[in-house]
Ligand binder design. Structure first.
Ligand code: NIG
Ligand code: FE
Length: 407
């Protein structure tokens, strides 16, 4: 075996550490070897000789795990500024969808775009997330709605992860909307998703999970359940857009299938909360969509908290319901709109974000020994300030797989 080039351990000293769950009560030191966190210790335990053998990379500031955005739709063509104006005039998201606009207008633009065009369009969106501390991002398909166009989107997502310093997790969202060529035959389209899209995406290793949109303007609980059965047959974990606009029971059904997460969930009821708790699924909160659609029904935060359902937080970055590419704004929205504490919001974008992606087994989203060294060092005095002020530019250093990518 060729000898590894010598690389000193890297050390961050005197940081206020939020470890993915809590803020440690005293100044901490974090030591990184290769791509992983080797040691996390109070400063008073840091041995001087040992420290001198390390390369000191940073001192002071607040250190958090690299942020995890567990729900995005970053790959798409076109934009929906016109729809934004219509909604401001009082036309609802649902009405626009029923008129063939909304998601379907993005489908047209996405189908018309080549793979490299989609890549170039998505790159600056992802770079915006990276600049704000995202080190793991989930990217969904769902604007192709043919086998070829869905695979095209997933390939773009994979390529983004190869080109940029960020972990990309892909999700096949074939059951996002009914494409016009299947009008009046939604079961026929679900057949296509189950019999062709899922098997091909699985065979080509393009999807890490399968998602559905369970809603009156999308697919029924029974149709979504068929999609989940196909995903299970191909060994793919599942998640659901559910209870966003109405309470159909999609989250409870997804939970019965062991879903990683139920996302949006503004209209989730007590039974839905209990189902998530029983299944160990994560509730993914998307205050960007709540804000953009000027929704008034809040997710049942108190009940989720009471039941101990892990709450994750994501941007839902997409051209329609959440054209928002700023993770720290979501920390603020989670507190101001959904009444999370700043700590809960941060857990939502670190440890619980990783859980919603099934990555918590590898300690992703945590600062503990053995976890991947994905870290953010912020120019603030306390972690709560990240949620308190909406102020880009506070990321002093971003560390991905042990290497400093910014700062
Ligand atoms: O997460 N709810 C459905 N899907 C996306 C929105 C997609 C769109 O409007 O383009 C969401 O909100
Ligand atoms: Fe979404």
């Amino acid at each position: 075996m060729p000898a590894q080039p010598y690389q000193p351990r890297r050390l961050w000293r005197d940081v206020t550490l939020f470890d993915g769950y809590v803020t440690l009560p005293e100044p901490m030191a974090v030591m990184v070897a290769g791509e992983s966190i080797e040691r996390v210790m109070p400063m008073r335990e840091l041995d001087r000789t040992e420290a001198e053998a390390c390369e000191t990379m940073g001192q002071g500031g607040v250190m958090t795990p690299g942020l995890v955005d567990c729900h995005t739709h970053l790959v798409y063509g076109g934009n929906r500024a016109e729809e934004f104006e219509k909604r401001l005039e009082g036309v609802s998201y649902e009405e626009i969808a029923r008129q063939g606009g909304g998601i379907l207008s993005t489908v047209n633009a996405t189908r018309a775009a080549s793979e490299s065009e989609l890549f170039e369009l998505a790159r600056p969106r992802l770079e915006a997330l990276i600049r704000e501390g995202i080190t793991t991002v989930e990217i969904k398909s769902g604007y192709g709605l043919t086998v070829d166009d869905e695979l095209k989107m997933l390939r773009v997502a994979r390529r983004l992860g190869e080109a940029l310093p960020v972990r990309v997790v892909t999700t096949l969202l074939g059951a996002h909307a009914l494409p016009p060529e299947y009008a009046g035959d939604s079961d026929g389209y679900i057949d296509l998703v189950c019999r062709e899209m899922i098997p091909t995406a699985a065979e080509q290793g393009l999807a890490d999970a399968v998602d559905v949109f369970c809603e009156k303007i999308a697919f029924s609980v029974a149709q979504c359940e068929r999609v989940f059965e196909a995903a299970e047959a191909h060994g793919l974990p599942i998640k659901a857009h559910a209870e966003q606009l109405s309470n159909l029971g999609g989250s409870a059904m997804a939970a019965r299938h062991g879903a990683l997460s139920a996302d949006h969930i503004e209209y989730l009821d007590e039974a839905g909360v209990a189902a998530l708790r029983k299944a160990g699924s994560t509730a993914v909160l998307l205050p960007g969509a709540f804000h953009t659609l000027r929704e008034t029904q809040r997710p049942p935060i108190a009940a989720l908290r009471e039941a101990g359902v892990p709450m994750a937080l994501a941007t839902d970055a997409n051209p329609g319901s959440s054209p928002l590419f700023m993770p720290t704004l979501m920390l603020n929205f989670a507190c101001t709109l959904f009444r999370l504490t700043p700590q809960e919001a941060l857990v939502g974008m670190t440890a619980h974000g990783a859980r919603a992606l099934g990555l918590h087994d590898r300690s992703l989203g945590r600062i503990v020994e053995g976890a991947p060294a994905d870290l953010c060092l912020w120019d603030v005095d306390t972690p709560a300030e990240l949620a308190y002020a909406v102020q880009p530019g506070r990321l002093r250093q971003r560390i991905f797989k042990g290497g400093v990518t910014h700062g």
